[in-house]
Write a protein of this length. Structure first.
Length: 259
């Protein structure tokens, strides 16, 4: 048995249960509240978060927690769960079926397992330290694309874009240097899509730990590379991410450093 398999199995169980909440609520009009002009939270976010916290607390009472909707437990424990109960809330609220539950586990600050589940497509991405990355039961690897001109990239924009115009310069530069760019609205799924070769790279700024934690594990185990815009090893507690199949990474960084 692998070292982290017990935690990975627990994560798989709880994201599927949380996914049931998302899937049930998806077809009906629920309450939407605004945390900012373009930053939404729904009753589904809160219900999913409460369920994940309750289930994992019961199973691992000594573990700490960090989640998007205000959940913090910081006792200095060896293990901490970092999760987004509904990544892609704007998509969910508009009935666009690209959203997920994203759940990762840290051990003394190192990411050791992650699970991302889209309850509408039924796709479950998972990975754990040294155990590889999988979509369902099938192993996944990053793409072989080595030329930025032939690459399909993904990105996202921060909630304060109306005021800051953040990422527009990067986007415009990549737009004329790549085959195409997609903006799906879920950083966790974007990272998983790089991990399985659907995208060749992804960049975004002003992210939070729960946006990238699970996807970072899965991408790493699929053979990808993930750094900040300077090329330093990724720290989920800093706000920028450049992720790729590794082959186009330096070309992406050259644009991110310049723009």
């Amino acid at each position: 048995m692998r070292e982290y398999s017990i935690y990975l199995e627990a994560a798989l169980d709880v994201v599927r249960e949380a996914g049931d909440i998302l899937r049930t609520d998806y077809a009906r009009a629920g309450e939407v509240r605004f945390k900012g002009i373009v930053n939404l939270v729904t009753e589904t976010d809160l219900a999913s978060q409460e369920l994940i916290h309750r289930r994992l607390s019961a199973r691992f009472p000594d573990h700490d927690f960090l989640a998007e909707e205000g959940l913090r437990k910081e006792s200095g424990a060896e293990f901490r769960w970092v999760f987004d109960p509904l990544d892609g809330t704007t998509n969910f609220a508009h009935r666009f079926p690209v959203f997920c539950v994203s759940l990762a586990l840290e051990r003394r600050g190192e990411l050791v397992c992650g699970v991302v589940y889209n309850p509408i497509s039924g796709e479950t991405f998972r990975g754990d330290l040294g155990g590889g990355a999988f979509l369902g039961e099938a192993p996944i690897r990053v793409s072989p694309i080595g030329d930025l001109d032939k690459a399909l990239l993904a990105t996202g924009f921060p909630y304060d874009i109306r005021e800051t115009r953040a990422n527009i310069a990067h986007h415009d530069e990549f737009l004329v240097r790549t085959q195409a760019i997609r903006r799906c609205g879920s950083a966790a799924l974007d990272l998983c899509y790089v991990a399985c070769g659907r995208f060749d790279g992804f960049w975004e700024m002003k992210l939070s730990p729960w946006d990238t934690a699970a996807g970072a594990v899965i991408l790493r185990e699929a053979g990808g590379r993930i750094t900040d815009f300077r090329g330093e090893p990724v720290d989920i507690y800093q706000p920028e991410v450049c992720a790729s199949n590794g082959r186009i990474h330096e070309a992406m960084l050259s644009i991110l450093k310049r723009s």
